[in-house]
Ligand binder design. Structure first.
Ligand code: FVH
Length: 293
């Protein structure tokens, strides 16, 4: 450990549910941790655990070579960094706040102008999992800064590095969350069908959870098809799939369950077939999505 016996020094700005969990993880692992929060009372539990509370955000930034920011949103980050300003010189600034790739790139420019290095990170998981492999932290930005501090960052959970473009962690986060939401809205919508037919939704869910576990090889195959622009008949030829989709739409609507997304998929299939690609698979719909409507 370092001079104070600490394994390292880190400052954490923002002690909400997530920020507090992050600060606590560092304290518990022997880091000399300085904390700051707009509402100062939230630092009390961390001070009890061994952290040092800074009176201002600038003091917290000055206290450590590595500064982790975990606030509500980009607006909060802009506000807090606004009154930290030049104190970031020479620091590695790690922003874990949710936000867009554009916000991350703007933050990196802001840091660079003040002589700081910038890492953007996103958090896929909830506070109780901080410090376990169950929570994922994609990072992007300064490779040097990441290499210098990755052992500290890895204390928080499963860490991946996505490249020097500071926006790439946000890209990864938004894409991962988007796939999740797209899958989950389809699942919820299908529960409406299952329930309408008098099937127990919990028992159905246990079965579908098993089915979804078989999807990774299919996703891998479809990813390669999209990358190569060569579309084997995954899930069968579109000409066969389109007939099935008609049946599924007809059934759903016959029991009063809307089929809004299925109708969108069917329209894409019909267009792809009309373009002469009825022998290709579901992944070939990407060609229409790539061109937009
Ligand atoms: N909590 C979760 O499960 C999710 C998991 C995935 C990632 N998200 C993101 O993590 C960021 C922080 O989320 P959080 O859960 O810690 O959020 P809160 O508990 O609401 O704490 C918000 C903190 O932000 C401070 N704050 C808000 N506005 C300002 C501002 N204008 N100036 C300074 N600080 C601000 C707030 O301070 P206070 O209200 O205690 O004074 C909290 O410290 C977030 O991006 C999630 O999307 C969490």
């Amino acid at each position: 450990g370092g001079p104070s016996g600490a394994v390292g020094q880190v400052s954490v700005l923002g002690l909400g549910d997530m920020g507090s969990a992050i600060a606590k993880a560092f304290v518990d692992r022997g880091y000399r941790t300085t904390v700051w929060n707009r509402t100062a009372s939230k630092s009390a539990p961390l001070v009890d655990a061994g952290a040092t509370a800074a009176a201002t955000a600038a003091e917290a930034v000055a206290a450590s070579p590595l500064v982790v920011v975990c606030l509500l949103d980009g607006k909060a980050v802009d506000e807090v960094l606004g009154y930290v300003d030049a104190a970031v010189a020479g620091k590695v600034l790690v922003n874990l706040t949710s936000g867009s790739p554009g916000q991350a790139r703007a933050n990196e420019r802001w840091a660079g102008e003040r002589g700081a290095e910038y890492l953007d990170g996103k958090i896929m998981g909830d506070p109780p999992y901080v410090g376990t492999p169950r929570i994922m932290f994609p990072f992007s930005g300064s490779r040097r800064a990441f290499d210098a501090h990755d052992s500290t960052l890895r204390e928080l959970g499963s860490v991946t590095y996505h490249g020097e473009d500071a926006g790439l962690a946000a890209v990864e986060f938004m894409a991962q969350v988007a796939v999740g939401y797209e899958l989950l809205i389809g699942y919820l919508h299908t529960l409406r069908l299952v329930q309408a037919e008098g099937v127990d939704v919990v028992e159905f869910t246990e079965r579908i959870a098993g089915s979804v576990a078989a999807y990774p090889p299919l996703l891998t195959q479809m990813g390669k098809a999209v990358k190569n622009g060569y579309y084997p008949p995954d899930l069968g030829p579109l000409s066969v799939q389109a007939a099935l989709m008609d049946d599924m739409i007809g059934h759903r609507e016959s029991i009063g369950v809307e089929a809004v997304r299925m109708r969108e998929v069917k329209e894409l299939m019909d267009r792809r077939i009309a373009d002469g690609h009825g022998g290709q698979g579901f992944s070939s719909l990407f060609e229409l999505l790539a061109r937009g409507r």
